[in-house]
Design a protein around this ligand. Structure first.
Ligand SMILES: Nc1nc2c(c(=O)[nH]1)N[C@H]1C(S)=C(S)[C@@H](COP(=O)(O)OP(=O)(O)OC[C@H]3O[C@@H](n4cnc5c(=O)[nH]c(N)nc54)[C@H](O)[C@@H]3O)O[C@H]1N2
Ligand SMILES: Nc1nc2c(c(=O)[nH]1)N[C@H]1C(S)=C(S)[C@@H](COP(=O)(O)OP(=O)(O)OC[C@H]3O[C@@H](n4cnc5c(=O)[nH]c(N)nc54)[C@H](O)[C@@H]3O)O[C@H]1N2
Ligand SMILES: [Mo]
Length: 609
């Protein structure tokens, strides 16, 4: 479709694929002549999680084009960087082993909504072996409600809690000296360092009572196998990388990595890493010094970057809803001189700002391979339905764009089967041994041949778990796990935590009436004490605002959050006169590591309307 009304209004007229591709190509050719290829910015994320569709043919095309490159930092990059300092890469335990775990700590993960398969295993272990489930979260949501013990904590303070646990484990001699000697570096330095994180100090920071810190540390020190599922929530903060780096040290103190079902999972993607050089062809960049743009800064990028972005190509993402500082993002998208193309299954909020909208197929219509952040399987997906109407896959659209640009290299016309074979042809990843396209056609899901991490070497500089990290020091961080308070976000009384919800997937399904009615409406959870003080009652409409924007939401008053915390669930799209775009309130500050997002480090004021 092509736009016929003002940007944002959503008025379009149907055109043919030929006209659409022709319009894009001729505009891009003009821009390349006048401003160079870096005036074109792709913006994408994992709406489609297939290797080929999310990060395959698109990269080939964009590298060849020489467009600006997008640093895909919106989700978990701070935490991944933090985990890497401690453990060397995205390597955790096999989640299927957690059936043997005696203690589950869900730390900042709303697993009942976002990792329900792990919850099923935890519940089975609880039923069969009497395992205990602890949830540490700022919001008692569906996961907190199924815990044996829910520990509420103030947002952004989790590193202090983990350090307080270490303080007790060391001082009460509940550490595994043998494991520390063999498999870690820096345990002596850490032991001295955590002396200052005594339970009273930590309690004042975290809001967790000192006796609960003792109880937690002792349970963790006494129960084996103990498993920590490290969530995405606490790493969406200014200090998020350091949190994950810190909590990742805990299993080493008690030697849990040696126990089947002990250890941790932050992410497991390293086990199924495929051959990105084959898949994405970074060689097509030909040593061009192409600029890289952090996707969390989309608003500023569109409004103030120099030389400017003149064309935005969006696929597999809905930045008008999911990106921080949405007022800036939307102002940027309104620019008349910005040529915007959106490829999506739906006419998303972002698509309403587009000059050209292209219809996308869903995963059900494509051939691709899938892996998980969590389990150890790789899966071949083959289409189960024909492409709906005139929709096309990301792969097909990039093939058309390549043809339109006159890119003659055969690699733009390779088939899905050929690309999958190339992705799996990867000597450097021994876990992929035996997993080929042909094998997946026979058996569409195959498990990587992962061995326990220990005994063995980690991909850290020392080959061991780095409790003390020389590399962090070199990179400008404290070398030991450290609690660093959140950045001052202004004089607003509430720490605002707008997480995802159960029935949407980020903003996906937020346009679907069935999913909306399952969620009912967007509410802001606040503590009873705060409500009393401000005269707000459960069900009142409140204005939630800060220096970035405002929302109008229904208050849910109770004890699901601590005083001075406000939480919402779900990335709801505005419809009609509603004001429920929570990212209008979130900061676009960059986290301490990995260029990560800080969605949960914003502050807001709340008043009754
Ligand atoms: N149903 C559903 N499933 C999803 C998604 C979805 O939108 N809906 N999204 C998918 C995606 S892209 C991702 S990245 C994952 C994310 O899934 P999770 O890893 O579960 O991450 P979040 O839901 O962002 O946050 C997890 C929890 O962290 C809490 N939290 C926030 N700040 C803090 C803090 O400072 N300390 C502590 N201890 N807790 C804190 C939040 O209250 C929330 O309950 O889920 C995926 N799965
Ligand atoms: N306030 C707040 N904001 C957040 C978060 C939060 O917790 N709180 N979470 C953040 C996180 S962790 C993430 S990962 C991001 C996610 O943000 P996004 O990646 O933008 O995720 P979605 O909103 O699900 O949008 C995905 C889009 O891709 C489309 N799509 C699906 N399949 C295909 C396909 O094959 N081709 C094309 N072209 N399109 C397709 C879908 O229809 C949908 O519109 O949001 C972030 N934003
Ligand atoms: Mo995410």
């Amino acid at each position: 479709m092509k736009r016929t009304g003002p940007k944002g209004e959503g008025k379009f007229e149907r055109i043919s694929w030929e006209e659409a591709i022709q319009t894009i190509i001729s505009r891009w050719k003009e821009l390349i002549d006048s401003d160079g290829p870096e005036s074109i910015l792709p913006y994408s994320f994992y709406g489609n999680m297939g290797r080929l569709n999310a990060e395959g043919m698109d990269r080939r095309f964009l590298h060849r084009l020489g467009a600006s490159r997008l640093d895909q930092t919106i989700c978990s990059s701070a935490g991944s960087a933090g985990y890497k300092y401690t453990m060397g890469g995205s390597l955790g335990i096999d989640p299927e082993d957690t059936i043997h775990s005696q203690l589950f700590i869900f730390w900042g993960i709303n697993a009942a909504s976002t990792n329900m398969h792990q919850v099923a295993l935890a519940q089975k272990a609880r039923k069969q072996n009497g395992a205990k489930i602890i949830v540490i979260d700022v919001h008692k949501n569906q996961t907190g409600r199924l815990a044996d013990w829910f520990i509420p904590i103030l947002p952004g303070t989790d590193s202090a809690l983990a350090l307080g646990m270490m303080h007790i484990l060391f001082s009460e001699n509940r550490v595994n000296q043998d494991f520390l000697q063999k498999y870690t570096v820096g345990h002596k330095e850490l032991r001295e360092h955590v002396v200052k994180y005594d339970p009273h100090t930590v309690s004042a920071i975290t809001g967790v009572p000192a006796e609960d810190i003792y109880k937690l540390a002792r349970m963790y020190g006494e129960t084996s196998p103990a498993f920590i599922r490290i969530g995405n929530g606490p790493q969406h903060h200014d200090n998020g990388g350091m949190f994950v780096r810190t909590v990742a040290c805990l299993p080493a103190l008690t030697g849990q990595w040696l126990k089947k079902g002990g250890g941790a999972i932050k992410g497991n993607s390293a086990y199924l890493a495929s051959n990105t050089a084959n898949l994405q062809r970074p060689n097509l960049l030909e040593n061009k010094q192409t600029r890289v743009i952090n996707m969390n800064l989309l608003g500023d990028t569109l409004l103030t970057l120099d030389p400017p972005v003149k064309s935005l190509y969006v696929y597999g993402s809905n930045p008008a809803v999911v990106a921080p500082e949405s007022n800036k993002v939307r102002n940027g998208l309104t620019r008349e001189d910005l040529f915007t193309v959106v490829h999506d299954l739906f006419l998303t909020e972002t698509a309403k700002y587009a000059d050209i909208v292209l219809p996308a197929t869903s995963s059900f219509e494509n051939t691709d391979i899938y892996t998980s952040y969590w389990h150890h399987y790789i899966q071949l997906q083959q289409p189960v339905i024909e492409p709906y109407a005139e929709s096309k896959s990301n792969l097909d659209v990039f093939r058309l764009l390549a043809r339109g640009m006159g890119f003659a290299e055969p690699l733009f016309q390779e088939t899905e089967a050929e690309m999958i074979a190339q992705a799996l042809d990867y000597q450097q990843n021994p876990y992929l041994t035996g997993i080929t396209y042909e094998a997946l056609v026979e058996q569409p899901f195959l498990k990587a041949k992962v061995k326990p991490i220990f005994p063995g070497n980690l991909p850290t500089p020392s080959g061991k778990i780095e409790l003390y990290s020389q590399k962090m020091l070199a990179d400008g961080y404290p070398p030991l796990p450290t609690y660093i308070p959140l950045v001052n976000d202004g004089d607003h009384p509430y720490q605002f935590v707008p997480g995802p919800n159960h029935h949407f997937l980020n903003s996906t399904f937020s346009n679907n009436q069935k999913h909306i009615s399952l969620e009912k409406e967007l509410r802001v959870y606040m503590n009873l004490q705060d409500a009393w003080k401000t005269g707000i009652e459960d069900g009142d409409m409140v204005r939630v605002w800060n220096h970035r924007g405002e929302c109008v939401l229904k208050a849910a008053v109770g004890e699901n959050v601590l005083p001075r915390v406000a939480a919402t669930q779900g990335l709801w799209a505005d419809s009609g006169d509603t004001k429920q775009l929570v990212n209008a309130l979130t900061p676009d500050r960059i986290a301490d590591m990995g260029g990560g997002a800080t969605f949960f480090s914003g502050r807001v004021s709340i008043e009754k309307i």
